[in-house]
Write a protein that binds this ligand. Structure first.
Ligand SMILES: [Zn+2]
Length: 454
């Protein structure tokens, strides 16, 4: 008993080594991910956080509208709409001979977007905000939780075509969506429909007689950004969970956080990019926006964003359009988006044979109707990368009577017509405001990315 307690104590201190894995390092890396997500409450902020890490790692920003001058070994990134980012390091060999090694992920997560003229009063006392659902959140997970607001604000400038974009993050719990008491909602534990227009509006404040009625939010933003309220023309503001993510479990096994989907893959891909040595081929990390709403925007996967940048790289390095197509035929893409781990309370919802588990490695995602790009050719590439990296790999397929989701892989690889595999670390509670992943898995998948970029 004493020995057991001692073992637990040592585990708590994170000094144990499990199967060649240094839990201390894995845990530190998982905490880095939690910090990264905390600094990235919206897609705009995820790009800003990514940019800061790239800047520190010797990458420099290229503007789409300017003339580029690229060189072998050059490290650059391009930002689109403040919410998508493409980073690359030009390889040592000719691109048409070595191709591009691309990791894809997405910056957005399900949430609620604040509508224009958002303030609604009720009972002449409460001030609540009118919102619209973004993507497919699990609505009930957003109830009774301290929430905050972040996003992008457009401010008046001298040139009407160039409003000034500023990011805002209240970093303070200013909102909450209160549940209805069980006494007025007797079926709440057997299934109650939540209406997105009626039941999900967050409470912001109480009407204060000393304050002017209305424009509470706009005034607060103006104060935060130190601009005049009248100079704010429009905004893209979203709700987010105020609480920071945490490590959970008796032995620190789990990561509990908002937006693991898909910031875990953004963070893993970014870490692999900045920490891998220069290679023969050109390394690319693309983080698209708007995956949660179908990707059909200029900054989404269903656009020519990546294709145009890759072509510009080839042309700028002295190649022609034929060289670009030759480069594509030698390229490979890992589309990183999270997978579903088998749920401990609902094992029957999963395929009977392929049952991904937390902390057992990234999962290759397969679908007969090709909602994932993986086929035997691309899957075998990824499986062998995992083997070389010394990490386990799993396989995910939906139960045949479950529809399942899709991701950026099929959309972007059909724009580029390149070989592609869909993978992701298995998590529980996908699209909850608090998703649950594995500490080891985050290191595992990042090691597979580093192997890929080698
Ligand atoms: Zn996703």
């Amino acid at each position: 008993m004493i020995l057991e307690r001692e073992a637990i104590r040592l585990k708590r201190l994170n000094y144990i080594i499990i199967g060649g894995v240094d839990m201390n390092k894995e845990l530190e890396f998982a905490k880095e991910l939690i910090d990264f997500i905390y600094e990235s409450p919206t897609a705009f902020h995820a790009v800003e956080t990514t940019k800061k890490i790239l800047d520190k790692s010797g990458y420099n920003e290229l503007k789409e509208e300017e003339k580029w001058q690229l060189k072998t070994g050059g490290k650059h990134y391009v930002i689109k709409n403040n919410s998508a980012i493409v980073a690359f390091e030009i390889g040592k060999d000719k691109i048409e001979e070595e191709g591009f090694k691309i990791i894809g992920a997405h910056t957005d997560s399900p949430s609620f977007r604040i509508k224009p003229a958002a303030e609604i009063t009720s009972e002449d006392h409460y001030v609540k905000l009118n919102t619209e659902t973004y993507g497919g959140p699990i609505l009930n997970t957003w109830l009774d939780r301290p929430l905050s607001v972040a996003g992008r604000v457009a401010i008046k400038s001298d040139d009407v075509f160039k409003p000034i974009a500023k990011l805002v993050d209240f970093k303070k719990p200013i909102l909450i969506i209160p549940n209805l008491a069980i006494h007025m909602n007797r079926n709440i534990n057997t299934g109650v429909e939540l209406n997105k227009q009626k039941d999900m509006l967050p409470l912001l404040s109480l009407i204060n007689e000393n304050l002017e009625k209305g424009n509470y939010l706009l005034n607060a933003i103006a104060k935060d950004l130190e601009v005049e309220p009248l100079d704010i023309i429009d905004f893209d503001l979203f709700l987010y969970e105020y609480e920071k993510g945490s490590i959970i479990g008796l032995n620190d096994e789990f990561i509990s956080s908002s937006r693991l989907d898909d910031l875990a893959m953004v963070h893993g891909g970014l870490n692999a990019l900045v920490h891998s040595k220069a290679s023969q081929s050109t390394k690319v990390l693309v983080c698209y926006d708007n995956e949660e709403v179908g990707s059909t925007t200029k900054q989404g996967a269903d656009s020519n964003l990546l294709s145009n940048i890759l072509e510009r790289i080839v042309l700028n390095m002295g190649g022609d359009r034929e060289d670009f197509f030759r480069a594509l035929s030698r390229s490979f893409m890992i589309s990183g988006d999270l997978a579903h781990a088998v749920h401990p309370n609902a094992g029957e919802k999963h395929d009977p044979q392929n049952r991904p588990l937390i902390n057992k490695g990234p999962a290759i995602k397969i679908s007969a109707n090709m909602s994932y790009t993986s086929d035997s050719d691309s899957s075998s590439v990824y499986a062998q990368l995992c083997e070389k990296a010394g990490i386990p790999v799993q396989w995910f397929v939906n139960r045949s009577d479950e529809r399942g989701g899709s991701t950026i892989g099929p959309i972007s690889s059909s724009h580029l017509h390149i070989r592609s595999v869909d993978i992701g670390t298995p998590i529980l509670a996908m699209h909850s405001v608090r998703e649950l992943g594995g500490v080891l898995d985050h290191t595992y998948v990042t090691r597979s990315f580093k192997e890929f970029y080698k």
